[in-house]
Design a protein around this ligand. Structure first.
Ligand SMILES: NC(=O)c1ccc[n+]([C@@H]2O[C@H](COP(=O)([O-])OP(=O)(O)OC[C@H]3O[C@@H](n4cnc5c(N)ncnc54)[C@H](OP(=O)(O)O)[C@@H]3O)[C@@H](O)[C@H]2O)c1
Length: 355
């Protein structure tokens, strides 16, 4: 068994560890991790590893962590009822060659990992979906699913919340880190709504790419935020760059109708500029809260159906520009991880890896 480990208190340090794969005991199954996607979102799992318990999903030796990924795995051995060897699954995986799980609620759609160490963690991450009955699945879009499916779910919820709270009709919506996959998916969905004006805020080097996507009404480089027209506007901050947040808040001031804090791509900049911001206090976007609300409103199946229906056109559109970059083995995973950590990945590209 191979594990890719990251040092919890120095995310730039990583190493590989080899061991014997565990043998499943009665009630357990051993999954062989096939491949997983790696984007800034996974770095956020590491950055928030302690604060939001992301290190606890896939425990590692003291001081080290396995950064959670999304990807595909196959049941290699099973001592669990209703879980057949060979079943292909989509779910939350460690950057490892194998994962031991304790399946519960197993049926044709997959199962939930009921391993005791995961019991207190958010249930949204526990489900392993059998590809055979998954409405999102198609064999020819596996890379896009690994890379974008969890991000798309967040983007769906962001688009839904902005509309639900009447924020799509109160001036333009400015999205920072407009070239990130999560921003692109949110913009794709928002652009389909009547009368929504989208401003893509991005770094100068990514402005051409953002413009070329054709989903933002305007692309504005971070250093030109001061040139935007003043008036009511909403702000969706994907990356947590303190200087960008400060510039947007200072520019729109009290006319900012909402400030949504989604991500921390700028992981060395946590908390910068907080405390003395003009305008509304940034509201942290917490996906599980919106999932609970919409699962109550629409039923869990109703929510899944809506997400799956809007996923298909996005998936088709994305296939026209996204370039998955495959890699396998420790060196490839390490190099991709470091490139994402340091912001060296071109926005058109994204890593699909295996150990
Ligand atoms: N709260 C939630 O539930 C949730 C869920 C999903 C994602 N997110 C967050 O959304 C953000 C985007 O995730 P993603 O996976 O979609 O990202 P991604 O596509 O990998 O993002 C790449 C973009 O981020 C910016 N960037 C990347 N590294 C950087 C660095 N070191 N310094 C400065 N800028 C950097 C660049 O955009 P620009 O040039 O355009 O700035 C780059 O094009 C992450 O922070 C993630 O945690 C949050």
């Amino acid at each position: 068994m191979t594990d890719f480990l990251v040092k919890r208190d120095d995310l730039r340090e990583c190493r590989v560890v080899e061991s014997e794969p565990p043998a499943p005991e009665p009630g357990q199954a051993l999954l062989r991790v096939d491949s997983f996607g790696l984007t800034a979102n996974n770095v956020t799992y590491a950055v928030m590893g302690e604060a939001m318990s992301y290190w606890d999903f896939f425990p590692a030796e003291h001081g080290w962590g396995r950064v959670p990924m999304w990807g595909f795995a196959e049941v290699e051995r099973s001592e669990a009822e209703g879980v057949d060897p060979g079943t292909r699954l989509f779910g939350y995986l460690p950057p490892s060659s194998h994962l031991l799980v304790t399946p519960a609620d197993a049926d044709g759609t997959g199962f939930v990992d009921a391993s005791p160490h995961r019991a207190a963690l958010p249930s949204a991450y526990h489900r392993y979906l059998a590809t055979g009955s998954d409405p999102f699945y198609s064999t020819d879009s596996e890379a896009i699913q690994m890379l974008l499916r969890p991000l798309f779910f967040t983007s769906f919820l962001i688009d839904d919340q902005l509309d639900d709270e009447g924020l799509t009709g109160r001036g333009p919506i400015a999205i920072a880190s407009a070239s990130s996959k999560t921003a692109i998916a949110a913009a794709f969905l928002l652009a389909r709504r009547e009368g929504v004006e989208l401003i893509g805020l991005t770094s100068a080097g990514n402005a051409g790419f953002v413009e070329g996507l054709g989903i933002y009404d305007r692309t504005v480089a971070y250093d030109a935020i001061g040139e935007l027209e003043r008036g009511p506007a909403a702000f969706v901050d994907m990356a947590g760059d303190g200087a960008v947040r400060q510039a947007v808040h200072a520019h729109f001031g009290d006319e900012l109708v909402h400030s949504m804090a989604v991500g921390v791509t700028h992981w060395e900049d946590l908390g910068a500029g907080a405390g003395d911001l003009p305008g509304p206090k940034p509201a942290f976007f917490f996906a599980p809260d919106r999932v609970s609300k919409r699962a109550k409103d629409w039923g869990r199946a109703g929510l899944e159906t809506r997400v799956a229906e809007s996923w298909r056109p996005f998936c088709e559109w994305t296939a026209g520009w996204l370039e998955p970059v495959p890699g396998s083995g420790f060196d490839a995973v390490e190099s991709a991880y470091k490139d994402v950590l340091e912001g060296r990945v071109a926005p058109r590209q994204a890593h699909v890896l295996s150990l």
